[in-house]
Design a protein. Structure first.
Length: 593
């Protein structure tokens, strides 16, 4: 009885996602089934209108009695009028069912998408870093769609099952023994086809997995156009995407084949059963024609519907993978949520202290037992070879990742106590690869927080842009600060993007500013300009600068040299250079071409 158990499990699951509306929908489905069978059963009194009352079937007698109590004359016209009335009612009910089902499905889609985006916004950075590109877009669009389709099919299966149930109940009122025989044969058939149904379920889950893979490979290829074209690797990559897509198609074809086999078997099976039914009724038992007609009609209807159930179950199984994927992935997203504290950080007005901090992404620590104090409003430079842990250090400083061991403190208090959002709001963060969002220059600077048409806001935008040396190139754009940037607008050069990113952080005016190789991709002139803006902030806020070019960190209050996750040297530029045996001295010498 796996089938029934599965159904109850799904019913609970859908109820959890759609609530009371789901119950209403099921009620309407039941009502539609009842009205349809009553409509058909009314044929019996019409066919038996001329028979003597002794020959009349039970259904006829009940209807004649009911008409009698209501004082309606039993005639062809009154019976037909009742049938028309009942089918009109059924039309109305079916209309309500479709509308309600559509409403439920639409709000289900929106709810799932919103929940996924919400969970995504809370995941930890470490989990994000290991997610494949495309996984989330595939989840939010393709898999949510499959989830919704699965729900629609589930409702169809219930609607059709209920109708079949009522047909059979109607038939049972006329001839119980035959109806039981037919039902038994139907159940046997369902079980015979069970293994095919199982197979589609497995294939359906595989489709989900392959879909995600194909999606992520495709997105990677699309995003790396320039590199792939220039390096001649384009056809190799598109070839790989092609392979994944054809694996996907092969899976779909296998599902379609199973579906076709099911349909091909079911129809002959139904016809044979119907033939047997007529032979028993007419040849062996010599029953009256009226009963045979209505019984055959009900049974035939039950059987054609049973066939659609097979197809609907099939479609349901094809899309059940979507439900499983959504359930599994949402759980993973929730399980990998960022840790959060309770306390709201109102001012970041103290020193930041790394107390014996270790952090590992996997086995090998990227930061090892690190101790460091960053005094309030000081500018600290961090240097070290690539992979030495500089970026990891900034992530700890920004509270994006938590130490595996040890603590990061703001004054006396551990970062872990703070509500993360309140901490992140105090941080300005510029990386080597800045993001320009779809929006105007002004919106990119305010980060959609304030209304750029407000004169006050406008002044602050101008001030930030000027400090980040943006004014000159922005005023040269067609619509100046209202020029659209990003995918549908002007594309800026790397240096210009970087300066917009810095203007954005200056506009935010955070007490802690982190620049992780922010100037590494820039030409010397842009770098100088930005260096000037960093120096102008000196003493106003805490600044942590990571730079490849050592000239950038020359004026820092303190320079920290990292190697393999540990601080090997620290001091002022002058003191470090003066020590001829220092690593820093060697670095400076190496850069002095
Ligand atoms: N998301 C990540 N997952 C696993 N390992 C990482 C991740 N980011 C960085 N690492 C590893 O951590 C070490 C330090 O990296 P990083 O802090 O980026 O160094 P740097 O910025 O100095 O080049 C490197 O060995 C790097 O391979
Ligand atoms: Mg780095």
């Amino acid at each position: 009885m796996h089938l029934v158990q599965d159904y109850f499990r799904h019913m609970k699951l859908f109820y959890r996602h759609t609530g009371m509306n789901f119950v209403w929908l099921l009620a309407i489905v039941l009502l539609a089934g009842v009205t349809e069978v009553i409509g058909i059963a009314l044929l019996l009194p019409i066919l038996e209108l001329e028979s003597s009352s002794a020959e009349k079937s039970m259904v006829s007698k009940v209807i004649i009695d009911t008409f009698g109590t209501l004082g309606i004359e039993v005639s062809l016209i009154s019976l037909l009028a009742l049938i028309v009335l009942i089918f009109a009612l059924k039309g109305l009910i079916v209309f309500a069912r479709s509308i309600l089902a559509e409403l439920i499905v639409s709000s289900l889609i929106l709810k799932l998408q919103t929940q996924l985006i919400e969970s995504f916004s809370r995941i930890s950075y470490v989990y994000y870093a290991q997610l494949k590109t495309g996984t989330l877009t595939n989840l939010i669009f393709a898999e949510v769609d499959r989830f919704a389709r699965c729900f629609s099919k589930f409702v169809s299966v219930i609607a059709t099952s209920v109708t079949v149930g009522f047909y059979l109940a109607g038939a049972a009122v006329i001839r119980l023994d035959l109806t039981l025989g037919i039902t038994a044969a139907g159940i046997v058939a369902l079980f015979l086809f069970r293994f095919l149904v199982r197979q589609t379920q497995e294939l359906s889950v595989a489709v989900s997995a392959e879909n995600a893979l194909a999606h992520s490979s495709l997105i990677q290829t699309l995003q790396s156009f320039l590199y792939l074209r220039a390096s001649g690797a384009m056809t190799r990559m598109t070839g790989r995407v092609g392979e994944k897509l054809s694996t996907l198609i092969n899976l779909r074809i296998r599902i379609a084949k199973i579906s076709a086999i099911l349909q091909a078997i079911v129809e002959p099976f139904a016809v044979v059963l119907l033939a047997v039914l007529i032979i028993i009724q007419v040849e062996i038992e010599g029953r009256a024609i009226a009963e045979i007609v209505v019984l055959a009609l009900l049974c035939h209807r039950a059987f054609t519907r049973l066939m659609t159930i097979q197809q609907e179950v099939q479609r349901f199984n094809e899309s059940i993978g979507g439900v499983k994927t959504i359930e599994r992935e949402s759980q993973l997203l929730t399980d990998h949520g960022e840790a959060d504290g309770d306390e709201i950080l109102t001012h970041l007005s103290s020193d930041i202290i790394f107390n014996n901090v270790t952090f590992s992404y996997g086995q090998v620590p990227a930061i090892k037992s690190l101790n460091l104090t960053i005094p309030k409003n000081n500018t600290i430079g961090i240097v070290g070879e690539s992979g030495s842990g500089k970026s990891t250090l900034t992530l700890l400083l920004a509270g994006v990742i938590d130490p595996t061991d040890g603590t990061v403190l703001a004054g006396e208090q551990s970062y872990q106590d703070f509500k993360r959002q309140s901490l992140h709001e105090k941080v300005g963060y510029v990386t080597q690869d800045p993001v320009i969002f779809n929006g105007t220059v002004a919106e990119n600077i305010t980060m959609f927080a304030d209304d750029p048409t407000d004169p006050d806001v406008r002044d602050r935008i101008m001030a930030a842009a000027s400090a980040a040396h943006c004014t000159e190139f922005v005023t040269a754009l067609a619509d100046e600060f209202d020029t659209m940037l990003g995918e549908r607008g002007v594309n800026l050069s790397g240096g210009q993007k970087q300066r917009i990113a810095i203007a954005r952080e200056l506009y935010k005016d955070p007490p802690l500013m982190i620049l992780d190789e922010a100037t590494s991709a820039l030409d010397t002139e842009s770098e100088r300009a930005i260096q000037g803006s960093i120096e102008r902030m000196h003493g106003e806020r805490t600044i942590v600068v990571i730079a490849h070019r050592l000239s950038t960190v020359r004026r820092c209050d303190q320079i920290v040299v990292l190697s393999r996750g540990q601080i090997i040297e620290s001091g002022t530029f002058g003191a470090l250079v003066a020590d001829k045996s220092s690593q820093f001295h060697a670095l400076v010498e190496a850069q002095r071409l």
